[in-house]
Design a protein around this ligand. Structure first.
Ligand SMILES: Nc1ncnc2c1ncn2[C@@H]1O[C@H](COP(=O)(O)OP(=O)(O)OP(=O)(O)O)[C@@H](O)[C@H]1O
Length: 292
């Protein structure tokens, strides 16, 4: 249930969402039976791939919108096109456009944070973060992965980006730093199996061949009948979702229009504004704060 709070700027009344957390399941669409499909994104990385026009950016924006609205959640957005995730530029901790140097330096920083968090988790005698830890969730979203691994910068920089990303995808999951990556290039050079297999959730939109469907879902899946090249290209948003141990199943991803995306981003920016009643954070001193 949402409540209504008075808009302090006096421009009307603003609905205040209940405290959405990234530890809550994320709604991504419906399955063939009309049931809601929810993903536990905080503990899983999500790979989104398929041919242009298949509906990937709908799912990417759904993830960005949910993260933007979620409490205690920080966004790190990579978007070489600027406009796919540009709506969230004001709510993101970092927004990386077509800038490979910045992309590499931000990934390095994220890896440092992940290492710090693991040391803190170790001190708590555990193996992963929990909601009660109150550590912020840092969601990294990359829209068009191939731009950073094959187009921008030198081959050395692309390789470094890929290595750092592999590190973040390996480490982030259990320390509250999930990665959501999207690409329209469904080939082995963009999504090598060693990287793909680190994504616990994989969503394949329409592909041109059964081989490219297997690149996303896993070797041999097309032969078993899970083949995203069979998805009707005239039905954007339809995808095969492989989530955890369950066999891939058909979903229809929810879709947000540009107007809805900007409304969500504006609302998130409003929710995240400095309220003026909180005191500024003191300097970082404790191990817990370093890990955050
Ligand atoms: N879930 C959906 N339900 C209904 N229509 C959709 C859905 N997803 C996408 N569409 C329609 O398909 C069009 C293309 O979708 P979208 O831009 O998300 O594809 P894409 O795979 O991200 O393409 P690209 O790789 O070129 O960015 C949208 O403009 C929209 O009209």
């Amino acid at each position: 249930m949402s409540t209504i709070a008075r808009d302090p700027l006096g421009t009307g009344r603003v609905p205040v969402a209940p405290g959405l957390s990234m530890f809550d399941p994320m709604f991504v669409g419906i399955d063939e039976f009309g049931e809601h499909v929810m993903l536990d994104v905080v503990y899983h990385n999500l790979l989104i791939a398929g041919e242009p026009g298949g509906g990937k950016s709908g799912l990417v924006n759904l993830a960005a919108g949910t993260s933007a609205l979620a409490d205690n959640t920080r966004l790190v957005l990579f978007d070489a096109k600027w406009v796919e995730l540009g709506a969230y530029i004001d709510v993101a901790d970092e927004f990386i456009g077509d800038e490979i140097d910045k992309a590499i330096s931000v990934l390095r920083r994220l890896l440092t944070v992940a290492h710090n968090r693991y040391r803190w988790i170790l001190s708590q005698r555990r193996r992963k973060v929990r909601r009660e830890d109150l550590l912020s969730t840092i969601v990294t979203i990359i829209d068009e992965l191939a731009m950073f691994t094959t187009v921008l910068g030198t081959p050395e920089q692309q390789k470094e980006f890929e290595q750092l990303l592999r590190g973040l995808v390996s480490l982030g999951r259990a320390c509250g730093m999930p990665v959501i990556a999207a690409t329209q290039r469904t080939s082995w050079d963009i999504i090598p199996a060693s990287l793909r297999d680190l994504f616990g959730y994989r969503c394949a939109f329409h592909c041109t061949t059964n081989g490219s469907s297997d690149v996303i879902l896993g070797d041999g899946h097309a032969d078993m009948g899970y083949d995203a090249s069979k998805i009707n290209p005239d039905n954007p948003g339809e995808a095969l979702l492989r989530a955890g141990k369950r066999a891939p199943y058909l979903i229809k991803a929810a879709y947000l229009s540009d107007e809805q995306i900007y409304n969500i981003a504006d609302y998130a920016a409003w929710m995240r504004r400095p309220s003026g009643i909180t005191t500024p954070a003191p300097p970082i001193t404790t191990a817990w704060e370093m890990a955050a």
